[in-house]
Design a protein around this ligand. Structure first.
Ligand code: PLP
Length: 389
């Protein structure tokens, strides 16, 4: 049976070039980067090269990049660091209600520790409006954290405008760019952000590696104490193979960004148009204008997204009903809820995300399976007689 992977926002396949770059680090290049003899120096040089490649992808310099174990760690690091260091200045943090749980659950913890968190609501298109941020700022605000690209509906947030407002009020600005990296052009200087979180496994790199950009001149305290790795900010012997894989993935993303965006957008739009043309009563969630090029989030009214997912899986097609982290819970998606999708429609929602290895044939095969699945499920649905299916 054909296997079609349409869940690139959950994770991406690791590219062959990335694997090839990683293997020598596990074989002959196994030295500890802290060792002073040749093998150690070679490992250290490999880390430096990877750091430069990750920095280049976001327009940063190498000394602004710290490697971590994942995007979640980068998010936690910034939020706890700023909260702890600036608590004498203020106890208010602003974020949005559509963030990934890496931010939302960290904010919940900070609330338990006495911080006040404002969760900005998006508009119906899924965009956090600069005016909403402006209105939420108080003299106690120490940090604003707004994601660059939403993981469920793919909306691209106006980070430059939001960061500008924070700067005008002398407030630090962080963006979770885990879904933005390699899918939109990022230039940290142009955006004016202070901190930016990244993850390798969303850009065809390995799992278990992330990075945090900290703008030059800003302080960040260590979250993990120990040896002198990552300029004493994040101790622990480095995941050399993982970091080198991240570097290679970043280099490929940098070299092929426009090609990747065009390829993804073309296939995503083809899928969207075909669904809208051949299946009645569907809604695309989130603006199509400012959107992750590979993301399509669709509500199929009157049926369960979970049933669509399982029936598609039986035919070899992998999709998601929400973000990877919420897909194991029956709670309706907080993102769809925030943009005003009614609960029964949230349950009928599927997220398709395409990427570099997706082909037109994959989309055609998916449509061939999807159209009869939706029809069959609707025939079984209690509203079918009323709708004439
Ligand atoms: N932030 C966003 C927007 C994400 O989509 C994800 C993963 O899905 C994360 C953070 C967490 O990244 P990681 O899996 O590297 O911890």
């Amino acid at each position: 049976m054909r296997q079609v992977y349409l869940d690139y926002s959950a994770t991406t396949p690791v590219k062959e070039e990335v694997i090839e770059a990683m293997i020598p680090c596990l074989k002959e290049g196994y030295g500890n980067p802290s060792s002073l003899y040749t093998q150690g120096l070679m490992a250290k040089a490999a880390l430096d090269e990877a750091r430069a490649k990750v920095a280049a992808l976001i327009g940063a310099t190498s000394n602004e990049i710290y490697f971590t174990s994942c995007g979640t760690e980068s998010d936690n690091w910034v939020l706890f660091d700023v909260a702890k260091r600036l608590k004498n200045k203020g106890n208010h943090i602003i974020t949005s209600s559509i963030e990934h749980h890496a931010i939302l659950h960290t904010c919940e913890q900070l609330e338990k520790e006495g911080f006040q968190i404002t969760y900005l609501s998006p508009n119906a298109e899924g965009i956090i409006e600069p005016e909403a941020l402006q209105a939420a700022i108080t003299d106690q605000t120490i940090l604003v954290s707004i994601m660059m690209v939403n993981n469920e509906i793919g909306t691209v947030e106006p980070i430059k405008e939001l960061a500008k407002i924070a700067k005008e009020h002398n407030i630090l600005f962080h963006t979770d760019a885990v879904q933005g990296l390699g899918n939109v052009h990022i230039d940290v200087k142009d955006l004016g952000v202070d901190y930016l979180s990244m993850s390798a496994h969303k850009i065809y790199g390995p799992k278990g590696v992330g990075a945090l950009f900290v703008r030059k001149g800003l302080r960040i305290d260590s979250m993990i104490h120990g040896g002198g790795q990552e300029r004493k900010k994040r101790a622990g012997t480095e995941n050399v193979a993982g970091i080198v894989g991240f570097g290679k993935a970043a280099e490929l993303a940098f070299n092929n960004l426009d090609q990747h965006i065009n390829h993804s957008r073309e296939l995503r739009d083809y899928l969207a148009d075909s669904i809208v043309k051949s299946i009645p009563d569907v809604t695309i969630n989130g603006t199509m204008e400012h959107r992750h090029p590979g993301n399509l989030n669709v509500t199929f009214n009157y049926i369960e997204g979970e049933s669509i997912l399982l029936l598609l899986d039986a035919m070899g097609v992998a999709v998601s009903t929400g973000s990877a982290c919420s897909s194991k819970s029956l709670k309706p998606s907080h993102v769809l809820d925030a943009i005003g999708v009614p609960v029964e429609q949230i349950h009928g929602t599927v997220r398709f995300t395409v990427g570099d290895f997706t082909t037109k044939e994959d989309i055609d095969y998916t449509l061939e399976q999807l159209i009869p699945i939706v029809k069959k499920l609707r025939e079984l649905s209690p509203v079918s007689a009323e709708k004439g299916w």
